[in-house]
Ligand binder design. Structure first.
Ligand code: F6R
Length: 653
């Protein structure tokens, strides 16, 4: 729901090599900040906070605490478990500390570059998410003053700068303020100093930081979910604010030093339980949660559909529930929309592709879909007659946020589809559909994809009804069919063992091709993405009709080709495309409905789904592909929940 202002997610950083590599400081790196101070023991709390953020970044982790008046820093490259091993041997006794989990695309994720970073005299320790764009010029300035650096990071500049100003002012708050006025970029910081053993200073500049307030203890995290297990009293820092945190409370300041009076809010949000629930991996759990997620999303927006049919009432219910949940578009505004524009990245982009087909078919509004990062460097064309939809499970993807901001400036009506009601996306869009997935821990998106698809179906029905394009009987039928989907998904999940066997058969392949047409072209792209990100097998998705325009050249007897075949207008053409692959001796795999006999004899492996029409089929066809990717990755011994080089949300360009 709009207005649930707590938590948020935003982590990023930079390194020297990265900045050089990308020139403009546009670096991909996602990290997590945590902090604790109070009467309890700081280290276990910091580690538990880090544990809930680790899936965002797992290249290194570190802590800074104050033990008997001295700053102690412990850090380790690799996963949090490595830091925990060190802590087992020499866990500091401390009541105050900050911590960090890091992820970088450039530069070695080694112990030296791990956060926290300090100045030479160890007056401060700093952890940092984000980009200090002018760090090079600041570093040169500090080097000229005779200050020595020990890491490649931009973060270290902050430590030296704060320490330098502290030397001048002997006042940490002033020093932090002076330092932040010198920094360019977007960032969040937590700063610890043995000179102030009873407090943590933290800064938010266009990133996310949440303070949690308990009984004589305070918490800090770059995502509210890390703090939420300890307290529901949360204060989200606004765009350019500094907080001085003690165990008994906080003082909030703007960058120009004015005190800001703002009370914490009581979070009504559910406590997210991060637990595998008996499954071997979060990913498998999340794949299996999809029927529940879909039921929850539908129950939120179509609460009465399962009750006895009352066509008129059902229509009103959807309209009302979407309104209650954050859609403000009036009938008049809907009539005025002459174009829909969807912006997203990765898996969310593929859900947007399905969204385009749904919206054009139901609401009959021309719909474009754009990879959000491709909008950078060019003008986004939209106006007050455009509905711009940003899709993002995290609600923090930098490129998606930049695109939706630009659309807003152009006067577009903006709508966010996200799983995080506390995200930036949720805050900046006029309208919002929140998906009911709970937290998605595994780095690869699965259940959030299904929920995004469901949101597009609901939105399509809603717009079509408001435009008078959907006869009530047709609308009622669609809604009832949507409610059948979770049961059909359960039937697919029940065939997991067959899919596992298929994955075992093909997981030694070097390349896998996925193809589909129409509503299942995006499914092919998503199937390929899931396989490559989880198993590291190279995979490509194609519009089946495109195969003969080039990709067919890669086919031979070593290449498995997965064709998605669902009854509908593109069935025959898709089958013909599959035959083209068969003629090149490709290994033939299909996703096909239960009563499809035509596939027998053509495909050596068929992953069956319940009989479904192509229109709703993307809610089913992706499930066998998710399971196929999971089992292939598992068979190859890959880290399925935290694939190499990836992080859960990409918060910088
Ligand atoms: C793939 C995956 C990514 C994300 C993409 C966008 O499994 O998870 O491709 O879909 O990074 O992330 P959000 O949805 O948070 O904007």
């Amino acid at each position: 729901m709009k207005g649930d202002h707590f938590g948020g997610r935003n982590e990023a950083g930079t390194s020297e090599e990265a900045e050089e590599a990308e020139g403009d400081g546009a670096i991909k790196k996602m990290c997590g900040i945590v902090g604790y101070l109070g009467s309890g023991s700081a280290v276990p709390v910091l580690v538990s906070e880090l544990r809930s953020l680790e899936y965002r970044g797992y290249d290194s982790a570190g802590l800074a605490v104050i033990e008997q008046g001295n700053l102690r820093i412990l850090k380790a490259a690799g996963k949090l478990a490595n830091l925990e091993t060190i802590l087992k041997e020499k866990s500091p006794i401390a009541q105050v500390g900050i911590g960090h989990t890091r992820w970088a695309t450039h530069g070695e994720p080694n112990d030296t570059n791990a956060h926290p970073h300090t100045d030479e005299s160890k007056v401060v320790a700093v952890v940092h998410n984000g980009i200090i764009e002018n760090y090079r010029e600041l570093k040169n300035e500090l080097l000229d003053k005779g200050i020595n650096f020990s890491s490649d990071t931009d973060t270290e500049v902050v430590a030296h700068l704060v320490s330098y100003y502290y030397g001048q002012t002997k006042d940490m708050l002033k020093a932090v303020r002076k330092a932040v006025t010198r920094l360019k970029g977007i960032y969040a910081l937590a700063i610890l100093s043995p000179e102030y053993p009873d407090r943590i200073f933290a800064v938010n500049h266009h990133y996310s930081l949440t303070v949690g307030l308990g009984e004589n203890e305070s918490f800090l995290a770059s995502d509210g979910l890390a703090v939420r297990p300890y307290t529901n009293q949360l204060l989200r820092l606004e765009q350019s604010e500094i907080v001085e945190l003690t165990s008994s409370g906080y003082k909030l300041y703007s960058f120009d030093g004015e005190e800001v009076k703002r009370a914490p809010i009581t979070s009504e949000g559910n406590l997210y339980v991060i637990d595998k629930g008996g499954y071997k991996h979060f990913l498998l759990k999340e794949i299996n949660e999809q029927p529940t997620v879909l039921r929850q999303t539908l129950a939120k927006y179509l609460p009465d559909v399962q009750k006895p049919v009352n066509l008129k009432k059902e229509r009103t219910d959807l309209v009302n529930s979407l309104h209650t949940a954050g859609i403000t578009l009036t009938k008049e505004q809907i009539k005025n929309i002459d174009r829909i524009q969807i912006v997203a990245c990765g898996t969310a982009f593929y859900s947007g592709m399905v969204g385009k087909y749904i919206l054009e078919s139901l609401a009959q509004i021309p719909t474009d879909i754009e990879i959000a990062s491709e909008i950078r460097g060019r003008k986004l064309l939209s106006n007050e007659r455009t509905l711009t939809i940003a899709v993002s499970q995290s609600g923090e993807t930098a490129d998606t946020l930049a695109a939706i901001k630009e659309a807003k400036e152009n006067g577009s009506h903006t709508l966010g589809i996200t799983n995080r009601a506390d995200s930036h996306l949720a805050h900046i869009t006029t309208d919002l559909i929140t998906t009911e997935c709970g937290i998605e821990v595994s780095v690869a998106a699965t259940k959030t994809y299904i929920a995004q698809l469901a949101s597009f179906y609901l939105l399509g029905i809603y717009l079509a009804e408001e435009k008078g394009l959907l006869p009530p009987e047709k609308a009622a039928q669609l809604k009832h069919e949507l409610y059948l989907i979770p049961t059909w998904q359960e039937k697919i999940l029940a065939t997991s063992e067959d899919i596992r066997q298929a994955a075992l058969k093909y997981c030694s392949a070097k390349d896998v091709v996925f193809m589909g047409r129409g509503f299942n072209y995006p499914t092919a792209l998503e199937g390929a993405l899931k396989l490559k990100e989880l198993s590291y097998i190279h995979a490509s998705g194609y519009a089946a009709g495109e195969l003969k325009h080039g990709p067919i050249a890669v086919l031979d007897e070593n290449v498995p080709v997965v064709t998605i075949l669902v009854p509908g207008v593109v069935y025959d053409k898709s089958l013909s495309n599959a035959l083209e692959a068969k003629a090149r001796q490709a290994k033939m795999i299909a996703v096909a409905v239960e009563d499809d006999d035509k596939v027998n004899g053509i495909f050596e492996t068929v992953m069956r789904i319940p009989v479904v029409d192509e229109f709703l089929s993307p809610l089913l066809t992706v499930l066998p592909l998710q399971l196929f990717a999971y089992y292939a990755a598992e068979a190859l011994g890959k880290d399925v929940d935290q694939p190499r080089n990836l992080a859960k949300s990409v918060t910088v360009e």
